[in-house]
Design a protein around this ligand. Structure first.
Ligand code: NAD
Length: 433
């Protein structure tokens, strides 16, 4: 039997009401921007971000000036992290292959992977300058071969986030806009007088951004539902409660709605971890303690399970975005777990490495979306298309006969006649498959 030492108090009903209100606000903004273009974009940017410059787009001169003001070490770090992200994305690109096979004599079928032509990259920044999201969305798009990447990020407290602009520039963005939230996502999806319509929108964001992408899906492609972040840790009796507490807080500081969950086989590890989280939030002078506490109080959970087998099962039910494994054999999770955005194996790595520096992509599925998708990767920016060619008469004629029968079984007479035509044109009525 599982025993909850701490259970989330954030109620599902409360979340539903909040979600409905987000959905209604987002719907109104999208519809207004669709009708009124740039003037609506300016109006909402002023309303939500107190930001309505003459142009949301940065000129090359502005970009150069902003980059010159970023500390040299920050620029070096941006380039080093982007090297890691690029190296991993390039390895992913190599794993995706174009191919052609001859499935029967004269019948050639092929597959090609084409980059999307125009991508809108959303780099969140309402609360923190999330420059790492620039590496993740833009570098990966460029490795995939996307020729046009428009990138948007919000101002923070009325200021341009300088290091984020540098990250967007070095990642390879073709156009950079200081514009946030639903107005940015909607403008890129529907196009305005000054913002080019894109084919696909990528990038994480808060509930408003995530819902805007959801509502616009179909009109544009989207990468995935990458909303407010989550962490889940699976720990056995050998795990260090201080490391557990530190890592739970590291994600809880993202926002007020971050689930931070510990599943452990040890009641002692569970109790110590709760005490340490509470102490660290109260006494460690963490600058983000208030936000992390709001999240931890409402969405923190600690559950003791009788065995690791139960732990893997329960962790799969959570289908969390980030899963840290602090057990004697962390690679067991690779064999046993099936639902997660990214796994962090052993105490020597952590979600913060994945979020900021290690090179795997940090745009990951939330709210159980890990049941049906992985995170952002090169493949999300590619369209896998197919083609076919029939190079001899017999093959075409035999396919024509098969097609005639198959189509008539579905009452598709027009389809059947396309097949009949080839059969009579290319087959001397002798061969049969
Ligand atoms: P954000 O850029 O996502 O959102 C800021 C924008 O929200 C603002 O520009 C504003 O226009 C809009 N907004 C704020 N309040 C609004 C309101 N009441 N009505 C309409 N619009 C409003 O930045 P953020 O808020 O700091 O959130 C970043 C989010 O990204 C966090 O939740 C974080 O957990 C998440 N994140 C997720 C992943 C992932 O892969 N899942 C990765 C990184 C970050």
């Amino acid at each position: 039997m599982s025993q909850y030492l701490k259970k989330a108090t954030g109620s599902a009903a409360g979340n539903l009401a909040a979600q409905e209100s987000v959905t209604a606000i987002v719907k109104g903004v999208i519809s207004d921007i669709r009708r009124n273009g740039d003037s609506a974009v300016s109006q909402y940017s002023e309303k939500f971000d107190k930001w309505s410059p003459a142009s949301f787009k940065l000129s090359p001169e502005q970009i150069a000036e902003i980059i010159a003001s970023v500390p040299e070490q920050t620029i070096k770090d941006i380039k080093e992290v982007q090297k890691n992200v690029r190296a991993f994305a390039e390895a992913q690109r190599k794993s995706i292959t174009d191919f052609e096979i001859e499935i029967r004599p004269g019948v050639h079928l092929g597959q090609k992977n084409l980059p999307i032509n125009a991508v809108g990259a959303y780099i969140p920044g309402g609360r923190y300058p999330l420059l790492a999201s620039a590496h993740m969305t833009i570098v990966t798009a460029k490795v995939a071969g996307v020729p046009n990447v428009i990138a948007c990020t919000p101002p923070i407290a009325g200021q341009i986030p300088q290091a984020t602009v540098a990250a967007m520039y070095y990642a390879g963005a073709d156009e950079i806009f200081i514009l946030g939230g639903v107005q940015a996502v909607a403008a890129m999806a529907v196009g305005t007088e000054t913002i080019r319509k894109v084919d696909f929108i990528a990038g994480p964001g808060n509930a408003f951004v995530a819902d805007a992408k959801r509502q616009l899906f179909g009109e544009v492609g989207i990468d995935l539902f990458a909303g407010p972040t989550e962490i889940l840790i699976v720990a056995d009796e050998h795990a260090d409660p201080f490391t557990i507490a530190t890592d739970l807080i590291s994600q809880a500081e993202h926002g007020p709605d971050t689930p931070a969950v510990l599943i452990t086989t040890s009641e002692s590890v569970g109790r110590q971890s709760i005490e340490l989280v509470n102490n660290l939030l109260e006494f460690s002078a963490l600058s983000t303690a208030a936000l992390a506490k709001t999240s931890w109080d409402a969405f923190g959970e600690v559950v003791v399970v009788p065995s690791l087998t139960e732990a893997w099962k329960l962790a799969d039910e959570y289908a969390s975005e980030h899963v840290e494994i602090f057990t004697q054999d962390p690679r067991e999770a690779l064999r046993k777990m099936t639902n997660y955005g990214a796994l962090f194996l052993g105490e020597k790595t952590c979600v913060s490495y994945g979020d900021k520096v290690i090179g795997t992509n940090h745009v990951l599925p939330t709210r159980k979306a890990a049941r049906y998708t992985g995170g952002l990767w090169v493949g999300k920016y590619l369209r896998t298309v197919t083609y076919q060619e029939v190079t001899n008469d017999i093959a075409s004629g035999e396919l024509g006969r098969l097609c005639g029968r198959a189509a008539r079984a579905e009452n598709f007479e027009g389809h059947a006649r396309s097949g009949d035509l080839r059969a009579s044109k290319y087959l001397a009525d002798k061969h049969a498959w």
